[in-house]
Design a protein around this ligand. Structure first.
Ligand SMILES: Cc1cc2nc3c(=O)[nH]c(=O)nc-3n(C[C@H](O)[C@H](O)[C@H](O)COP(=O)(O)O)c2cc1C
Length: 205
């Protein structure tokens, strides 16, 4: 019998909104905490990783990118990558054991799909499962300005039980780099699903 405590299992979807750095920082922070991440990267999420972070961040090289950028401690966790088309994946079912799901960054398209319970893709279906099972779902939308339908879709998600956390890093912690901004959002996300962290200085500290 293993003495190792069971790993936290967290679902993470990366969609095609700007802000790939928020996704890689959040993924790295979960891996550093020994989580097992059930990872979905949509087609446009894959494009955004390469467009914003370079070819080195392409999905098939992601673990090397994370180690290079965030250090060896990401090896403490693990992830399984799913196709967004795979509606038969285990995270499409309510019997899966993920205790929380994060969609970061979340495009307006995926936001709409979640808001309306469409379940057309694995991201939408896994998010729907979290809502119906009353488990934490953190959605990090990014768009500006926002149309009325987009604003209404955020309200629908919040009413259904999701935590809507727009990608709006604060400046009171005096960020100096893009990584400081990404650390802030990743820290907010980790706090929302119950992890302690030191990704940004606390207010007043
Ligand atoms: C370079 C680039 C940047 C984009 N940025 C955003 C964005 O910030 N927010 C957004 O809602 N969509 C953005 N889009 C559009 C989405 O990628 C597009 O609607 C896509 O269909 C989303 O699909 P997905 O949710 O399956 O990833 C961007 C597209 C590209 C190519």
């Amino acid at each position: 019998m293993s003495a190792e405590p069971p790993r936290d299992s967290i679902a993470l979807a990366i969609t095609g909104a700007s802000g790939a750095l928020y996704a890689t920082r959040t993924l790295a922070a979960l891996l550093e905490r020994r989580c097992h991440v059930e990872l979905i990267v949509t087609e446009y999420g894959r494009r955004l990783l390469r467009d914003e972070l370079g070819e080195a961040a392409a999905v098939d090289r992601l673990i090397d990118y994370l180690i290079g950028r965030y250090g060896e401690s990401v090896r403490q966790g693990s992830f399984t990558l799913y196709s967004n088309r795979d509606l038969g994946a285990k995270i499409a079912s309510g019997s899966q054991d993920c205790r929380a799901m994060i969609v970061v960054p979340c495009s307006m398209k995926t936001l709409a799909g979640i808001a309306h319970g469409l379940s057309r893709t694995l991201t939408e279906r896994a998010a729907d499962v979290m809502l119906k099972e009353r488990r934490p779902l953190v959605i990090v939308p990014r768009e500006t300005p926002m149309s009325l339908p987009q604003l209404r879709n955020m309200v629908l998600c919040a009413e259904a039980g999701a935590l809507v956390m727009p990608a709006m890093p604060a400046f009171y912690q005096m960020p100096k780099t893009l990584d400081d901004l990404a650390d802030f959002m990743a820290g907010k996300i980790l706090s929302a699903i119950g992890f302690s962290h030191e990704l940004y200085p606390r207010w007043g500290s």
